[in-house]
Design a protein around this ligand. Structure first.
Ligand SMILES: Cc1ncc(COP(=O)(O)O)c(C=O)c1O
Length: 386
């Protein structure tokens, strides 16, 4: 009997595009969500020191190194979130493991629906399915700058709703959800008894002085809110596979069982690197952010010149822009053709949920030279199709 459970779970289309792109020698990839930077030296040094001390050969505690959890406790306390490192912080293998383990814990037979604010990060829907749940898409409104339509959201809530999962800032739209809307979500979660899984991996990359609020700072919500963070994006550490979640101890006690079964603990060398990141790399994060603002504005200037073919909402966070294809409907077909003819990789919007169809995602976190060359090729390709 062939495998059944994984039949309707798909590999991320982003990785499929990257795989195709890797076979084209002069390709420029604005597809996968990785910044162009290398991990800062201060972080590498912290990892190298741990390695030379002989501290990395063995498993850590399942929750993670106490030194790292204490560092996390101090760091998030400065951001107004108070969680006890001994019981309420779990170090994970990137944020995706934190999210998947939380979903496995939250979904059950009676409550198996998970609300996804769509377009959303591609792996969410697969993570929900891995957890045995059903993804329920709630369409964001492009006309309202990709914000939440509460009528649509409330229509999708019922007694089977186990959780809502969303990223703030959002990927792929770069939207920041405002405090009032987040508080409305919290009211709905309390009233209807579901969890809020908050993914804040892009919270260090918010532009234009927009206020950022996190529900994880509200003590009365700590039993309902599970917040995931990752070193991947903020510190250019996607390959180190290190992140964490924090929530009330009752939730951590359950989620850690999934984490323990799947991974035992996060990679220990990466846990030391993460301590280095929080202790020493504030300056580097500021520098990344400065560069991303320049790159966002550069990408937007290029898009303005292609307004006959692409329209977009200027992103306020993350390093993605999500333009609409004005002359095409099929984002997969467009993406494959662009890759084949112009040697530029982007991600088809349909990968981010049903209402992403007709859009593409462009990662402006790459360096300026690549952004310029990619848009030169995209422009030539689009104009050649006229
Ligand atoms: C919104 C969002 N969440 C989570 C992840 C997963 O990242 P990681 O597991 O490396 O923390 C990504 C990666 O692209 C992402 O864009």
């Amino acid at each position: 009997m062939p495998f059944q459970r994984t039949k309707n779970i798909n590999l991320s289309p982003i990785k499929a595009i990257e795989l195709k792109a890797s076979g084209i020698p002069d390709v420029i990839s604005l597809a996968q969500g990785i910044p162009s930077f290398d991990t800062p030296e201060v972080i590498k040094k912290a990892a190298a020191k741990a390695l030379s001390r002989g501290d990395v050969a063995k498993y850590s505690l399942t929750l993670g190194l106490p030194e790292l959890r204490e560092t996390v406790e101090e760091k998030i306390a400065k951001e107004g979130m108070f969680y006890d490192f001994e019981k309420e912080i779990l170090v994970t293998v990137g944020s995706i493991e934190a999210i998947t383990a939380s979903l496995v814990s939250a979904v059950n037979k009676e409550k198996d629906e998970v609300l996804l604010l769509s377009p959303c990060y591609t792996s969410y829907q697969e993570a929900v399915k891995v957890a045995g749940g059903k993804p329920v898409f709630v369409e964001l409104d492009e006309n309202k700058n990709w914000q939440i339509n509460f009528q649509k959201l409330e229509e999708k809530i019922n007694s089977k709703t186990a959780a809502i999962l969303f990223a703030n800032p959002n990927n792929p739209t770069g939207t920041i959800f405002p405090k009032n809307d987040l508080l409305k979500i919290a009211d709905l979660a309390l009233k209807n008894d579901f969890f809020i899984i908050l993914d804040e991996v892009y919270k260090d990359f918010i532009y234009d002085d927009i206020d950022f609020f996190t529900l994880a700072s509200k003590p009365e919500l700590r039993k309902k809110v599970i917040r995931a963070f990752s070193f991947s994006k903020a510190y250019a550490m996607t390959g180190w596979r290190i992140g964490f979640l924090h929530t009330d101890e009752d939730n951590v006690r359950e989620i850690v069982k999934v984490h323990d079964t799947m991974v035992t603990c996060a990679p220990v060398i990466s846990q030391y690197a993460a301590i280095g990141a929080f202790d020493f790399a504030d300056k580097e994060i500021e520098e990344f952010k400065k560069q991303f603002v320049v790159r966002r504005d550069l990408a937007c200037r290029h898009l303005d010149k292609l307004s006959e073919f692409l329209s977009y909402k200027k992103p306020s966070g993350s390093y993605f822009v999500f333009p609409k294809l004005l002359k095409e409907d099929d984002s997969w077909k467009f993406t494959l053709d662009l890759l084949e003819k112009a040697h530029v990789a982007v991600v088809p919007g349909v990968a981010f949920g049903p209402n992403g169809e007709g859009y593409i995602r462009i990662n402006f976190g790459r360096d300026e030279k690549d952004i310029n060359e990619a848009f030169k090729r995209i422009g030539k390709y689009l104009k050649g199709k006229k």
